[in-house]
Write a protein that binds this ligand. Structure first.
Ligand code: BGC
Length: 769
């Protein structure tokens, strides 16, 4: 189909608008809708027959089956359906050429020529890979986070894509859960701000802009609370926990205008999220007045049969549609059964049309009706992907995401003219793991390794030794192929490399020990009961430590890990997550002091996996911890606290907090109090600090957390400089979802805490009258 022909058809559709807008008033109930788009949507809807309407609610994977169980539908069948205009969207078709080919099937063959929307999991970059979302969240730098999403969108749009299945805004507090790497960590407030920043980054101010794509807040809801950290597992969450802990980042994404939501695989207290009417219809669409569409997760409509919630696919389709799931990803349930269900009056035409309307709306917003090939431009594809400029931002994001956990004797930063360094470990010269899981089109082995970053930084007289020491995993598939389908096997036998590693450690002034996790130890389906150093890595650590105490652990991790032993004996620890394309350069910037680390943990690091799920914003029990008595809420064989708490992170300088004060100690529920604190850089170099505000509601209508993050400011201070940081304490800060099932402030006493991490004790009491 030529561009002019497609424009002709679009014009036809638009002309019909003016004769067919009788329903538009109904859909205008929501004031933030664009009237013109609503008229167009109604106009198109009026032209559609039932099969075409249902077709819009169908999404196929048309690439290789990347994420879920292999699809049962043949490629030819999918192509035939597209030609008939019976497919609303496809996922996993990437590149201008492939998108154009697929779009042509619809535009050149179908009756109404309604363009398809092309989706892909662009989770932390398309080809320029940024830190994993959890890692990047450690930057607490919303501007940078938004920027990386903007670039991810630009590269995706240049590849023909219109829609990413990101951000994942699931609050996740369990280190065992592999998907913890995809979100913003354990805190709903931080997660809300980061989620909204990512939505703004992907979508910009205008979805029809050629550089933006639709975002998707997922997985709605409760997926991050999977019991025992086991992926896809059930969640048992009470109503108040749901509203106060899980829903806020979703609400923030909706408020930021996210175009789509994805529901989730789990059941919540017995009701699969995909069939959850209260969540999808009552809360998201009704109470929040959100106008986008909800896509199911991969096959999650059909999976309601495995849950034992639907007896067959037909009933699953009925439940999902009635519950408000608008688009069926790879279950083939809607296409097979919606017409029949309508006939039997088990679903209503108005619900079905509401779904179609929501889907068409996003297509109009993207400008696909104006030009279905608008994102298909080879020139743009050539010039807008993996550019120098994008890589520079990847480096900036990488260094800002690093968290310094320990720096005994100021082992860091290292002088660039140090005589010798040994870079040791399975991740020392690893160019692939830094890309992390969900790396979209990130090219196998394309990241800058730690060794490369170090070599590029040191003086020409510095001797840099390298030894892998141990091979962590035994490759079970050809490197670079789709590892998703295969479990990893860990090497517990071949110790030959340890000797060589010890030999170079002996010769070096300082050792950078790069151990931790492989890219594919976290991500979907990658839950683990062991979150320590697997394979022979502990042996390597102990062997090196015997011959050289000057060790900096450069941790490779998708999740919080148990690093207790390393933390006990090693002087230096850097959490370097999986930092993306520019990983090695970003780490070297920090190791050698070109960048003063400023990251803070977005998740607690435990002492032991047995503490999981571990999170700072716990409620008080009736038996708060007492170290001298056994019948209190704690453990007999471990401290209860985190090894490194939420919000923790050191700098090459130090900060002091002083002069915490409020302008008044009492306010009414609609009032305001200003809290201020003086923060001073007490060290010798400039540095950034994330000043954090926590609150505690002392007595409330439901039991409240002992601390909750409610504000933060990242400030730069020169050596010796002091800044006063102020926070406004008002309804926004103090409200919660109360026993009245409303967000409101309850009168009473509150503690306000300020400090450098969630363990801070610096506080001020206020009273709300
Ligand atoms: C995941 C989603 C993802 C989808 C499509 C599912 O298995 O849970 O997060 O977006 O696949 O790839």
């Amino acid at each position: 189909m030529t561009k002019s022909k497609s424009l002709f058809i679009t014009t036809l559709i638009i002309i019909t608008i003016f004769f067919n807008c009788k329903d538009s008033k109904k859909s205008m109930a929501n004031s933030n809708l664009d009237e013109k788009i609503e008229q167009k949507v109604d106009s198109v809807l009026n032209l559609m027959n039932l099969d075409e309407k249902i077709g819009q609610m169908v999404q196929y994977s048309a690439g290789w089956d990347l994420t879920g169980p292999a699809s049962s539908k043949s490629a030819q069948d999918k192509v035939d359906k597209m030609k008939k205009g019976l497919v609303g969207s496809v996922l996993n078709v990437v590149s201008v050429k492939e998108v154009r080919e697929a779009q042509k099937l619809v535009m050149e063959n179908s009756r109404l020529k309604i363009p398809m929307i092309f989706a892909y999991d662009v989770i932390h970059g398309l080809k320029t890979i940024f830190p994993t979302p959890l890692g990047e969240s450690a930057s607490w730098d919303l501007e940078t986070i938004q920027k990386t999403a903007t670039i991810a969108a630009k590269e995706s749009a240049a590849s023909g894509l219109n829609w990413t299945f990101a951000p994942m805004v699931d609050v996740s507090r369990d280190a065992r859960w592999g998907r913890i790497m995809e979100g913003a960590g354990e805190d709903p407030y931080l997660g809300s701000l980061i989620g909204a920043a990512r939505v703004k980054g992907f979508q910009g101010d205008d979805l029809s802009n050629i550089n933006t794509i639709a975002a998707c807040a997922k997985h709605f809801a409760g997926y991050g609370f999977a019991e025992a950290g086991r992926d896809y597992n059930t969640t048992t969450v009470g109503e108040f926990e749901l509203h106060n802990m899980i829903l806020p980042p979703f609400k923030a994404a909706a408020k930021a205008g996210v175009a789509t939501f994805m529901n989730s695989f789990n059941d919540i207290d017995g009701i699969p999220a995909t069939g959850h009417r209260v969540l999808q219809r009552d809360i998201l669409k009704e109470a929040w007045g959100w106008n986008g569409f909800i896509v199911s997760d991969w096959g999650s409509i059909g999976e309601m049969r495995s849950h034992g919630y639907a007896k067959d696919k037909k009933q699953a389709a009925e439940i999902a549609l009635n519950a408000g799931s608008d688009m069926d990803m790879e279950s083939y349930a809607y296409e097979a059964h919606l017409a029949e269900l309508l006939e039997e009056n088990k679903i209503s035409l108005s619900d079905l049309e509401d779904s179609v309307r929501r889907i068409l709306r996003v297509k109009f917003q993207l400008g696909l009706f104006d030009d279905p090939y608008k994102y298909c431009d080879e020139e743009r594809e050539k010039n807008n992907i993996y550019t120098k400029e994008h890589l520079a931002i990847a480096r900036e994001a990488a260094k800002k995401s690093i968290v310094l956990l320990k720096n005994e004797g100021n082992i860091l930063p290292i002088a660039k003219d140090v005589k010798s360094i040994a870079v040791i470990g399975p991740f020392a010269d690893n160019k692939d793991t830094p890309l992390g899981n969900w790396r979209a089109k990130g090219r196998y082995n394309s990241a800058v390794s730690l060794l490369e970053g170090v070599k590029a930084k040191v003086s020409k007289n510095t001797k840099v030794y390298y030894e892998k020491g141990v091979e962590l995993t035994i490759p079970t598939v050809k490197p670079g192929s789709n590892q998703f389908l295969y479990p990893l096997e860990f090497n517990t036998k071949d110790k030959t490399g340890i000797k060589e590693a010890v030999a170079v450690a002996k010769k070096a002034e300082v050792v950078f020990l790069a151990i931790g996790e492989d890219a594919y130890q976290s991500g979907e389906g990658r839950s683990q009961v062991n979150i320590g150093f697997l394979g022979l890595q502990n042996e390597l650590l102990e062997a090196i430590y015997k011959v050289n105490k000057n060790i900096v652990l450069v941790l490779s991790n998708g999740r919080p890990m148990d690093i207790s032993r390393a933390s006990e004996i090693l002087p230096g620890i850097l959490v370097t997550w999986q930092l993306g394309s520019e990983s090695g350069n970003g780490i070297a910037d920090v190791l050698f002091g070109d960048y003063n680390p400023s990251g803070k943990l977005p998740v607690s690091f435990p002492r032991n996996v047995g503490q999981e799920p571990l999170f700072y914003n716990q409620k008080n029990t009736g038996r708060p911890y007492n170290s001298k008595h056994v019948t209190y809420s704690g453990y007999t064989d471990s401290k209860k606290s985190a090894l490194y708490p939420f919000g923790f992170g050191l700098s090459y300088t130090t900060f002091s907090y002083d002069n915490l004060k409020v302008d008044k100690e009492t306010m009414n529920v609609d009032g305001k109090i200003t809290l201020s604190v003086d923060v001073k850089n007490t060290g010798k170099v400039a540095g950034e600090e994330v000043v954090q505000l926590y609150i505690r509601d002392l007595v409330a209508s439901i039991v409240r957390p002992t601390k909750e993050l409610k504000g933060f400011e990242k400030i730069m201070l020169q050596a010796g400089e002091t800044k006063t940081v102020s926070f406004t304490i008002d309804k926004e800060v103090l409200q919660f979802y109360t026993i009245n099932r409303k967000w409101e402030v309850e009168s009473g006493e509150f503690l306000l805490f300020v400090g450098e991490n969630s363990a801070t004790k610096m506080k001020q009491k206020i009273t709300v009258e």
